[in-house]
Write a protein that binds this ligand. Structure first.
Ligand SMILES: Nc1ncnc2c1ncn2[C@@H]1O[C@H](COP(=O)(O)OP(=O)(O)OP(=O)(O)O)[C@@H](O)[C@H]1O
Ligand SMILES: O=P(O)(O)OC[C@H]1O[C@H](OP(=O)(O)OP(=O)(O)O)[C@H](O)[C@@H]1O
Ligand SMILES: O=C(O)c1cccnc1
Length: 487
């Protein structure tokens, strides 16, 4: 096959999308409006919430949405699509409406993170990239928030680039980690691109180059103000820590002796011993950084052992979402324009009640109890309803409907913002610090029962009565139609 220039993201889609679009185009319905929603069905890592991330890149992708000349050449020469269809694709731009949660929003299972209203053809082609972006960034932001929860007031740094699934994952993963609460990254390009603090110590190679701890630390100290010495290359307690202290003493005010890093061995024992040595030498403020395959479980355990670690460097297990490498967000059609130009609900039925999609035009709200400042749950209402104006809401589990409560004295916070209207970007993208702050503030809305890392309570995501009734009606309609076809 001939080689083509890789000059656009528009073919970053699955072939079946293009083939479906070809069908719609030939049938004259490609410009019919359709509404799709992005949502996931199961929270990752057994966590009680996710942190939504990825919107900024979705926006960039949609702004640049256009098949390039080489995309069209490829489709003609390798795909065999005809001229009429290729001309249609070549002229395609994103002209739809997008509503979405803000990045840093808490998101739960079975609620729309993003709602896409666009000509069927466009809506179909963009599915793959949107899911690709949102699934990964939301997953990593959530993993980071889980780890940060355990790290607490200590500092967490992202060190994962070398182990990430290739370049893009490292870059966007570290951005997601920052949104999830990490304080810095070792990836310099990510720092430059996103304005995240770049942080770092030094590697074993420095010590191996000079072949002894003392010389290596001294040479480093002569060339850098801020110094964190990696003390475990030969013998942590007999050589590494004593030589770090020796160099700190010799250099005095010429350096800022930030502390030491431990990267192997028993991190609890070594950190406690190193702490005693640093304190005894008068370096009570020197910090101990630890790294080596850390995750939330090891960190909880190290803390339980009384480890004296102040800064946590976390790589592999964060950036690869080691224990659950994918979030299963899906993209499902909830309505399509009929011949009269009105939206008609669509549904996907499943034997598993959790997998039945919820039809219709709807918006998620967070119901916040004004007295406690805590969230009562999320509430998905039809666009024709406005829970912001209700005095009393009935909230009930959408599958186990007997689980219900009445809520008064609440504020209903709309969870969707307008992002694109008729293809125009109408949203001001916040900066990364604002997004991180927003995530942090959002977490304060949850009772601890939902944020604990082990077996959290299930946070309610309920449908309004009208939304639920509509869903049941649609299920009955579809079942009757299927029965009719069988009979
Ligand atoms: N006190 C501890 N309690 C629980 N887990 C620990 C403790 N100390 C270290 N770990 C974790 O144990 C795992 C393996 O540590 P191990 O001591 O085998 O590494 P190492 O062989 O010393 O390091 P490396 O292979 O990188 O040289 C790592 O994930 C590390 O974070
Ligand atoms: O352990 P992670 O959470 O992925 O954190 C990043 C790791 O990267 C560096 O190790 P390096 O690549 O030098 O290898 P090593 O420590 O495994 O020998 C660093 O010393 C950490 O151990
Ligand atoms: O700066 C560090 O200590 C660092 C950077 C990347 C990976 N591991 C450690």
């Amino acid at each position: 096959m001939k080689k083509y220039q890789d000059d656009s993201l528009t073919l970053h889609t699955d072939l079946y999308q293009i083939n479906m679009v070809e069908t719609y185009f030939k049938d004259g319905i490609a410009e019919k409006k359709a509404i799709f929603e992005v949502y996931f069905r199961k929270l990752p890592f057994g966590n009680g919430y996710t942190i939504f991330a990825g919107l900024e890149r979705v926006i960039q992708y949609l702004k640049g949405f256009k098949f390039s000349g080489s995309d069209i050449d490829y489709l003609r020469e390798e795909g065999g699509y005809d001229k009429e269809f290729l001309d249609y694709l070549a002229n395609m731009r994103f002209t739809g409406d997008i509503r979405a949660m803000k990045e840093g929003e808490l998101a739960f299972a079975n609620e729309p993170l993003i709602r896409i209203e666009a000509p069927l053809a466009q809506a179909q082609i963009i599915e793959t990239a949107i899911l690709n972006i949102v699934n990964y960034q939301t997953l990593i932001a959530t993993k980071a928030a889980r780890i940060k929860q355990v790290v607490g007031e200590d500092v967490a740094f992202e060190f994962g680039t070398r182990r990430a699934q290739e370049l893009d994952a490292a870059i966007w993963g570290t951005r997601a980690a920052y949104i999830g609460g990490f304080e810095g990254t070792s990836n310099v390009r990510a720092s430059k691109k996103f304005g995240i603090p770049a942080v770092g110590t030094h590697a074993h190679a420095l010590v191996q180059t000079y072949q002894d701890d003392y010389t290596a630390f001294k040479k480093y100290a002569e060339t850098h103000k801020d110094c964190v010495f990696l003390v475990d290359t030969y013998d942590t307690l007999r050589s590494g820590v004593p030589n770090a202290i020796r160099v700190a003493k010799e250099m005095g005010d010429k350096i800022n002796f930030v502390g030491i890093r431990l990267d192997s061995g028993d991190l609890a024992y070594l950190s406690k011993e190193a702490r005693k040595m640093l304190d005894k030498a008068g370096y009570k403020k020197a910090k101990i950084t630890a790294s080596n395959d850390l995750d939330e479980y090891t960190i909880i355990n190290l803390k339980a052992q009384g480890a004296k670690i102040d800064t946590w460097g976390i790589g592999t297990k964060l950036i690869t979402a080691y224990d659950q490498p994918a979030l299963g967000a899906v993209y499902k059609m909830v309505a399509i324009e009929n011949d009269q130009g009105e939206f008609e609900d669509t549904i996907k039925i499943s034997g598993n009640p959790e997998k039945v999609s919820t039809p219709g035009l709807k918006t998620p709200y967070r119901i916040i109890n004004v007295a406690s400042g805590k969230s009562e749950g999320d509430y998905i209402a039809l666009d024709t309803e406005n829970p912001e104006q209700e005095e009393r809401l009935k909230m009930f589990h959408p599958v186990h409907t007997y689980i219900s409560k009445f809520v008064t004295g609440f504020k209903a916070k709309k969870l969707h913002e307008d992002i694109f209207v008729a293809g125009e970007l109408v949203y001001t993208i916040p900066n990364i610090e604002e997004i991180e702050m927003y995530a942090k503030e959002n977490l304060t809305l949850l009772w601890e029962e939902y944020t604990r890392t082990l077996h959290p309570e299930e946070y309610p995501v309920d449908l309004s009565q009208k939304c639920w009734d509509k869903k049941m009606k649609k299920i009955e309609e579809v079942k009757a139609k299927v029965q009719e076809m069988i009979d």
